[in-house]
Design a protein around this ligand. Structure first.
Ligand code: DAH
Length: 357
């Protein structure tokens, strides 16, 4: 019995893993194990022998069992230790320098524009990119026969024969958001509406989808002077130079009366564009006093309220400010271009913190 004990205890001590331990358990104290076989021999013994051997065998069995379970938990501990060692992770290590995403110049410029107008009390309004031709045209005093409809190279949504819903278009400008905002919020009102617009046109300065920001201010005592101040203030802040000079040139839009296109003084010395100096003028936006018919279409009494509106091309402004020569590159999704012209996603432009540091 001492031999059995010595044999199994040393095997248990040497067991390398749980599987080996289980094999030892079966061989030693399993139903057909060596200890069980010895137990069976008890039947052939005399009662005196049995009284001596019985307790000894039980003690042996207990001893082997407790050695097995001690070894089993030692093996489990060792396995856990090993896992902890191999899966160890230093959470204090700095992260690896991976390439981060960046803000597209259009998003950046949109944030800048929003920051500037927010400071002047304008909030941001949005409208659908697919709109009815009523919002996109009629409500803006562009009736069906008006040449402006043809000029805009409008994308019309497909309609099945017999479809009686009003015709829908991909909005050709952000001006329909003027109407929707008037309907929703009434007057007085001070909003900008940035967003994508669509026209069937494609060359170095035109893409079928581009971006505008519409502005609208309605109140009882708003004049062209307010428009001029707001736009000058905007350009000064946006181009981050004190001496911007704007030229208001008489123009015509169906939705404003009077209407003005606004040019900014610039120079093209050596092919590089400089804003605020030189003898050239660059058109940057359209504007005017909102036509009474447009105010009425928005559900507001034009005898009580009047106001100004403007429409600026966001992509155009981005090209001017950041010296980006080809509009088409904005929409190519070329990562090298984005890395070059992109902005840190964590630097929110603010007037006090700087727009484009
Ligand atoms: N909607 C015009 C366009 O897309 C831009 C525009 C001009 C908007 C004058 C205005 C405005 O609000 O007053 O060409």
């Amino acid at each position: 019995m001492d031999d059995l004990k010595a044999k199994y205890l040393s095997q248990i001590a040497d067991a390398a893993d749980e599987a080996a331990l289980e094999a030892i358990r079966v061989a030693a104290v399993g139903k057909k194990g060596e200890v069980a076989l010895k137990m069976r021999e008890l039947g052939k013994m005399t009662p005196e022998e049995r009284q001596v051997m019985g307790p000894k065998l039980n003690a042996l069995k207990d001893e082997i069992n407790s050695a097995l379970s001690a070894k089993k938990s030692a093996l489990a501990d060792a396995a856990l230790d090993e896992r902890l060692r191999s899966e160890w992770l230093d959470v204090t290590l700095p992260s690896r320098p991976t390439r981060r995403g960046s803000l597209h110049p259009i998003s950046q410029v949109q944030e800048e524009i929003t920051a500037i107008f927010a400071e002047m009390g304008f909030s941001v309004a949005e409208g659908p990119r697919i709109d009815t031709d009523w919002y996109n045209f009629d409500a803006l005093n562009i009736p069906g026969h008006h040449p402006a409809r043809a000029e805009m190279d409008t994308f019309y949504m497909h309609r099945d024969a017999g479809d009686n819903r009003p015709p829908h278009v991909l909005r050709t400008h952000t001006s329909p958001v003027q109407i929707r905002s008037m309907e929703k919020m009434g007057a007085p009102l001070r909003i900008i509406c940035p967003g994508g617009v669509y026209r069937a046109d494609y060359d170095q300065t035109h893409t079928p989808m581009f971006h505008q920001v519409e502005g609208l201010a309605l109140d009882k005592d708003i004049s062209m002077a307010n428009l001029k101040w707001v736009l000058e203030e905007f350009c000064r802040s946006f181009f981050e130079i004190d001496d911007v000079e704007l030229r208001f040139r008489a123009s015509h839009f169906p939705f404003t009366e009077p209407s003005a296109e606004v040019d900014i003084r610039c120079s093209w010395d050596g092919g590089a564009l400089k804003i605020g100096e030189g003898d050239d003028w660059m058109e940057i936006l359209g504007s005017g006093m909102v036509h009474p018919k447009v105010i009425a279409a928005g559900g507001i009494d034009p005898d009580v309220y009047q106001g100004f509106a403007f429409g600026i091309g966001i992509d155009r402004l981005a090209m001017l400010k950041y010296g980006i020569p080809d509009l088409r590159a904005f929409f190519d999704s070329d990562l090298r271009w984005l890395r070059h012209y992109g902005f840190s996603a964590l630097d929110l432009p603010t007037l006090h913190g700087g727009l484009s540091r």
